[in-house]
Write a protein that binds this ligand. Structure first.
Ligand code: ATP
Ligand code: MG
Length: 431
């Protein structure tokens, strides 16, 4: 037993010595049985919350109404919840009422899937009235009881179904899957934030492609409140891009989302809207949709070694300069994100289109070559520009400064005060 488990066993002993039943339950028992690392331990007990509070020195009344008390012991926390039954799920999400009960089995019955409805006593003995172990052995994810009823009680369970099937690489039991198809319209009642949390857990797991496959097959996302129209999340859509199989090759979960965004076929504006609906943080929305914007920009260009283009008033830009100026405009992070995703796709055997070849191969070197990336790195300030020009302040200063940034970043002008001032005054910027 780990230190956490030993502490947990101590809690079970305290509860039992006071005359109550107490077990480890839920995710802990499932993960322990599977030999997976244990994150936290939830405890279920026949003791009422007031009694739990009385029995332990340090407690937090986390959710007394629902029977949950957090017990603190040697820097660890345990959620201790009284055996309970739930009734009347009027809002398709949370029970209106909970009733405290004295039997473990009734408490396990309210849980969502058989593998989550097992309990373990302090000797390591498993109580498994609904056949969770057997289902896990067979690689099956199955609801406890009547699946259509369980999804009607709490529609979030349908997304938990997809998440658990994906993360634990399980096949959804036939009747359970039929019930998802039958009940999917109830997803309307689930807050988008909860939807995102489940999707993020799915994406963070080892088999996100399988999760997307289930989402596509069920069309679940199209039934959420905000109708998340990732093009491949609809049953009617042609097919899931095989490139999504690359997701696990990206270690960082933000980059996994960026891959999803880039494969979605949506433009940057549509991505931004979708990500907002999903209640991603502003920072995530910004980062992911910038990457989409960069992807849109970079794929609109036919990259070739001898290319020469006019970009933002600079004549005869080389491929490197085109890339560098685009990066300055859209964002260095966006360019790096796009590159990382393209490299991952390539490593996993997906071909980069001929038009992008040069950019994918050289993008990193071109990024590294940028002399400066931000206005504040310029060797001249707006004030100095005004003084040298003999003109008053005005919108021209900002425009001139951005132009200098571009010139200095690509190395057309050295980043020294004299050269920069000369570049502005020569071009008539100061006239
Ligand atoms: P993880 O923490 O790894 O996501 P978990 O199984 O511990 O998985 P939690 O959300 O922490 O999931 O919930 C703990 C337990 O509570 C579950 O194992 C399950 O028995 C029960 N449970 C949680 N959410 C629901 C739900 N929506 N419907 C029914 N039972 C649930
Ligand atoms: Mg948990």
């Amino acid at each position: 037993w780990s230190k956490l488990e030993k502490l947990g066993i101590g809690l079970l002993e305290t509860l039992e010595q006071a005359g109550y039943e107490a077990y480890f339950v839920g995710g802990y028992v499932r993960d322990k049985y599977l030999g997976k690392p244990v994150k936290d331990i939830d405890i279920a007990t026949s003791a009422r919350p007031e009694e739990v509070v009385r029995l332990f020195a340090r407690t937090i009344p986390t959710g007394l109404k629902h029977g949950t008390v957090t017990v603190l012991a040697e820097g660890e926390t345990f959620e201790v919840t009284t055996f309970r039954k739930e009734s009347d799920y009027a809002d398709f999400r949370r029970p209106d009422e909970v009733e405290f009960i004295s039997e473990l089995e009734e408490d396990l019955r309210r849980r969502d899937f058989t593998m989550n409805a097992m309990a373990m006593d302090r000797h390591g003995g498993i109580r498994d009235p609904f056949g969770g172990k057997e289902d896990l052995k067979a690689g099956l994810l199955r609801c406890v009881g009547d699946p259509a009823e369980r999804f009607r009680e709490d529609a979030l369970r349908m997304l938990r179904c997809v998440r658990f099937a994906s993360v634990y690489d399980l096949t959804v039991d036939e009747a359970t899957w039929q019930a998802v198809l039958e009940r999917r319209e109830l997803l309307l009642h689930v807050a988008m934030e909860r939807v995102r949390v489940e999707l993020e857990r799915m994406m963070g797991g080892p088999h996100p492609y399988e999760g997307w496959r289930l989402l596509a097959e069920s069309g679940l996302l199209g039934f959420t409140k905000d109708k998340l129209a990732w093009s491949y999340s609809e049953p009617s859509s042609p097919s899931l891009p095989a490139e999504l199989k690359t997701l696990p090759a990206l270690a960082e979960s933000d980059r996994r989302w960026i891959l999803v965004v880039l494969l979605s076929g949506l433009n940057a504006g549509q991505c931004r809207e979708l990500l907002r609906k999903m209640t991603f943080s502003l920072k995530d929305v910004e980062r992911f949709s910038r990457a989409a914007e960069f992807g849109e920009w970079v794929t609109a260009i036919e990259w070739s070694p001898g290319m020469s283009r006019v970009c933002s008033e600079l004549e005869n830009c080389s491929a490197a300069e085109v890339w560098q100026l685009g990066t300055l405009q859209i964002g260095v992070e966006a360019a790096a994100d796009w590159l990382a995703v393209m490299k991952a796709l390539e490593r996993e055997g997906y071909l980069v289109t001929a038009g992008l070849r040069l950019a994918v191969d050289n993008g990193q070197a071109w990024l590294d070559e940028l002399r400066i990336k931000e206005l504040k790195e310029l060797a001249v300030t707006g004030g100095e520009l005004i003084a040298a020009s003999g003109r008053g302040a005005g919108p021209w200063v900002g425009a001139a400064m951005s132009r200098l940034l571009r010139l200095a970043a690509v190395g057309r002008v050295a980043n020294t005060k004299a050269e920069l001032l000369e570049a502005v005054l020569d071009s008539g910027g100061g006239a």
